[in-house]
Design a protein around this ligand. Structure first.
Ligand code: PHE
Length: 500
């Protein structure tokens, strides 16, 4: 029928839930992040009466794009107001979208939000190892040099091992031959089966017009790469390898908050902003929620047939509730990631002009951990790059600093990679998610035992209270996790209501 044009084709990822007379239920949703808004959006389509309580004055939660005028005050911190120029932004939360995250892409399609490439992997990015020894220590080295030289020299070792019949592989002579051909190709070994550098690692003198043929630089010795610390996990090539970060990655044109803003616009006054949840009670049946309306300073109450709670666990644990012991235990003990970022505005896009870097990442074992170059606004006058994105201890150390100290540290550390920082810097905006009110962490970071012991409690409704959010998924730390979890709750709830 689709083929004959008698039925519209369902767009990939669209829900096919039938409206039901019984859907005439009140659903109270806690949190207007992606999970909460998607729940309201999808339940609303099939007839439920949804309202959302949101503590902040904006929707989106950890999908947060910082622009000129954005204000935030961290817990125990100073208030900062962003001074980026018009058109420049920092995705302070979710920044990159894997190409296989179908639901994220589905909602961008449905809500007509254009996507563009997010350069996550750039061979022109730099590696900078802060190290007491090594010929390549304390200097910037192009990623492509390390990648090409490591591959070349490791594959040469394998070829040598094979020639000495020391390769412990059950291969026929013919297959061994094929493998050796592949290794020589992949490693760019010369006819003598030796890696003697490669154009893949770039040129010391670039090829150009006329008589300038170009000169390939000498390979870095394996020993130097290792001794200088460049095989440390800080430099792992995950942008090429891991499923969630391999090319191609995407971002929303203009900032990733276009998705939450689109949901919020559709939901309109179904979202009550500035409402901080204080108590979550079971009324058997139904729920009652007590909240502080920050606009008036009044404490208010609201009741509903069902609740979908999307509060991040570090927030849920501060709410007085009738939740089951198992849910409370999960809220208390599931660890959350500490992670911090800084946006640095420069008056000149020197990374593009001087260093030929258009998007992608530089990596270092210093506390800033990485520098992300913007994948938008190429060739513009000014630019905002992400001068740090780190985790765990590094994020804690940076997060513990004052805003001015963070800026200073980011400029000092990043300045070792880009001396241009000194003359081109204009202003910054930094944040540490563990200190951001109503989030208190980047994302749920399940250990194996927390996943086994705590997670199951969040998967089932606790009487009439359901849970959604990236922490109720196996795609933690991704927008897709929030969306998948909410769709699951919508299905469960609708099935239950329809069956009654
Ligand atoms: N999704 C986040 C990011 O893109 C967090 C994350 C980092 C998730 C690394 C998985 C791996 O940075």
């Amino acid at each position: 029928m689709v083929g004959l044009g008698l039925l519209p084709a369902a767009p990939a990822g669209a829900f096919n839930l039938a409206r039901s007379e019984k859907a005439n239920k009140k659903v109270l949703i806690l949190g207007a992040g992606l999970a909460g808004m998607n729940t309201a959006y999808e339940l609303g389509k099939i007839g439920y009466d949804c309202t959302i309580l949101e503590a902040r004055n904006r929707a989106g939660g950890r999908i947060w794009t910082v622009r000129g005028g954005t204000t935030e005050t961290e817990i125990g911190g100073e208030t900062q107001t962003c001074r980026f120029d018009e058109g420049l932004y920092l995705n302070a939360g979710a920044a990159r979208i894997p190409h296989h995250h179908q639901l994220t892409i589905h909602y961008c399609r449905e809500l007509k939000i254009p996507l563009e490439i997010f350069g996550n992997f750039n061979e022109a990015g730099f590696y900078y190892s802060d190290s007491p020894k090594g010929a390549l220590a304390n200097q910037r080295v192009r990623a492509r040099e390390i990648h090409a030289d490591m591959r070349g020299q490791l594959y040469e070792l394998l070829v040598k091992a094979n020639d000495q019949k020391a390769l412990d592989l059950p291969l026929t002579a013919e297959d061994a031959d094929k493998l050796m051909t592949w290794l020589r190709e992949e490693g760019d070994l010369n006819p003598g089966k030796h890696y003697a550098g490669s154009e893949r690692r770039g040129y010391a003198v670039r090829p150009a017009g006329g008589t300038q043929a170009g000169e390939i630089g000498p390979a870095h010795a394996l020993k130097d790469i290792v001794e200088s610390g460049l095989t440390h996990p800080a430099f792992a090539n995950i942008g090429e390898y891991t499923y969630h970060q391999q090319p191609v990655m995407l971002q929303m044109v203009g900032g990733n908050d276009y998705l939450p803003r689109a949901f919020a616009k559709i939901l309109g006054d179904k979202i009550s902003y500035g409402c901080e949840v204080k108590e979550l009670r079971k009324t058997q049946p139904g729920v009652r929620v007590v909240y502080l309306d920050k606009k008036t300073g009044q404490t208010k109450e609201v009741s509903a047939d069902f609740c979908v709670c999307t509060l991040p666990l570090p927030i849920l644990k501060t709410v007085e509730s009738d939740l089951s012991g198992n849910v409370k235990r999960a809220a208390d003990f599931v660890p959350y990631m500490e992670t911090s970022k800084i946006g640095l505005q420069f008056k000149r896009r020197f990374w593009e002009e001087d260093d030929h870097i258009f998007g992608g990442i530089s990596k270092t074992n210093q506390d800033i951990t990485q520098i992300f170059y913007p994948s938008y606004g190429f060739l513009g006058q000014k630019g905002v790059l992400k001068g740090m994105y780190n985790f765990h201890d590094r994020a804690n150390r940076m997060g513990a600093l004052s805003l001015a100290e963070r800026e200073k540290a980011a400029l000092e550390q990043g300045g070792k990679i880009h001396p241009q920082y000194k003359t081109e810097f204009e202003n910054s905006f930094s944040l540490a998610w563990q200190k951001i009110p109503y989030s208190k962490g980047g994302w749920a970071e399940y250990s194996k035992s927390a996943r086994e012991r705590m997670y199951p409690a969040l998967l089932e409704p606790d009487d009439d209270i359901y849970f959604a959010g990236e922490h109720v998924s196996h795609l933690t730390a991704w927008m897709a996790g929030a969306l998948e979890s909410s769709r699951r709750v919508v299905e469960m709830l609708h099935k239950r209501v329809s069956a009654n």
